[in-house]
Structures are given as structure tokens and as C-alpha cells.
Design a protein around this ligand. Structure first.
Ligand code: 5GP
Ligand code: MG
Ligand code: MG
Length: 183
């Protein structure tokens, strides 16, 4: 899929497909280096992290285990509710595991700080975070994010796993939507 397939829906492309691919290679190299000799469990947060999980995992040079969690904080709108609910829990026991949470985007950071505390409380040896995108608001929360793909401005973005009303997740780049899409 490319921008032309989407007609007038896209306002601005913030991160192009090639940039994402290149940055994932760099992040994967950092992760390979940091976890050399360790077993790693990467945990994708559904549904947004599906694309970054799939691409990041394949860019790594060591075999990892993959598990998934689904939490809800946003609904189908564009505002964070601050309320986190587990919709699907992990199948893996985290005791003594090195865990890397893989996220699509950190906005308020509310979801992630909750998730971090939750996974740490299960006895993991370590819990770190990798996010493809981070917004400026995230600077206000006290979470240490070890791996960040790109900083994006404080706008609602779609693509590369991120949706608007469940659409646009399969757009291979990160973009803002034209105003007419929301009306
Ligand atoms: P936070 O709790 O950090 O505010 O955001 C939690 C979740 O809200 C993210 O994992 C993501 O699913 C969603 N979200 C935050 N910002 C955006 C955005 O700009 N676009 C989309 N589509 N989802 C977002
Ligand atoms: Mg997410
Ligand atoms: Mg969403």
C-alpha cells in the first residue's frame, strides 16, 4: 500500500516506510548487543504493536520468545482515558525473565507506566521498553524508555499499526489524517 491508495485521507507523512525500516535495524542491533548471551522475551502490546513486533523480531540476530498482551486505554476515539484494563494477558510466566515491552507509541505514558509496574510485580529479572514512536507529553512521566524509534509531534497519527476507529493500521508509514476523515 502507498499514499496514492489512500486518496485524500493522508494529510502529512511523518515517518516514511524506508525510515522505519532503517531505524528498526539500528534498534535491533542495540537490543542484540544489550541482551547478548541472555534469553529475551519480547511482549507486544496489541493491537498497535503488531507491525513493530513483526519487523523488529525479524531484524534481531538472536532467537527470542514472543508473547502478547492486550490492554485498553483509548477506545475508538483520540483521547486517553487513563483507565487501563487487561483484555488479554500473557501466556508466559515472567519469573526471572528478561522482558522487553514493545509498543507502538507513547503519548501520555499512562498505559505504559501501569504496564511496567504490572509486569515488574510478576518477578521478571528485568523489564525494559521499546517504542516505535514517542510524543512530547511522554516526557512528563517518570518512565525510562530504553529504545525509541522516532519522536513525533503532538498530533494524532495513524499507520504502522496505529488506527483511527480501527482503520489505517496497515498503512506502511506514519501519517496524520486529513480533517475530512474525522467528520
Ligand atoms: P498513552 O497511554 O501513552 O497516552 O497511549 C496509549 C495508547 O494510545 C497507545 O499505545 C496507542 O495505542 C494510543 N495512542 C496514543 N497516541 C496515539 C496516536 O497519535 N494515534 C493513535 N492511532 N493511537 C494513539
Ligand atoms: Mg499501544
Ligand atoms: Mg487505537
Amino acid at each position: 500500500m502507498d499514499q496514492q491508495d489512500l486518496g485524500t485521507d493522508i494529510e502529512k507523512v511523518l515517518v516514511a516506510e524506508a525510515q522505519i525500516k532503517h531505524r528498526l535495524t539500528e534498534l535491533a542491533a542495540d537490543i542484540d548487543r544489550d541482551y547478548a548471551g541472555e534469553d529475551l522475551l519480547i511482549v507486544g502490546v496489541l493491537k498497535g504493536a503488531v507491525m513493530v513486533m513483526a519487523d523488529l523480531a525479524r531484524a534481531l540476530h538472536s532467537p527470542v520468545r514472543m508473547d502478547w498482551m492486550a490492554v485498553s486505554s483509548y477506545g475508538s476515539g483520540t483521547k486517553s482515558s487513563g483507565v487501563v484494563r487487561i483484555l488479554k494477558d500473557l501466556d508466559t510466566d515472567l519469573k526471572d525473565q528478561h522482558v522487553l515491552i514493545v509498543e507502538d507509541i507513547i503519548d501520555s505514558g499512562l498505559t505504559l507506566s501501569w504496564l511496567l509496574a504490572n509486569l515488574k510485580s510478576r518477578g521478571a529479572a528485568s523489564v525494559e521498553i521499546c517504542t516505535m514512536l514517542r510524543k512530547p507529553e511522554a516526557a512528563k512521566v517518570e518512565i525510562d524508555v530504553r529504545y525509541v524509534g522516532f519522536e513525533v509531534p503532538n498530533e494524532f497519527v495513524v499507520g504502522y499499526g496505529l488506527d483511527y476507529a480501527e482503520k489505517y493500521r496497515n498503512v506502511p508509514f506514519v501519517a496524520t489524517l486529513a480533517p475530512h476523515v474525522y467528520s
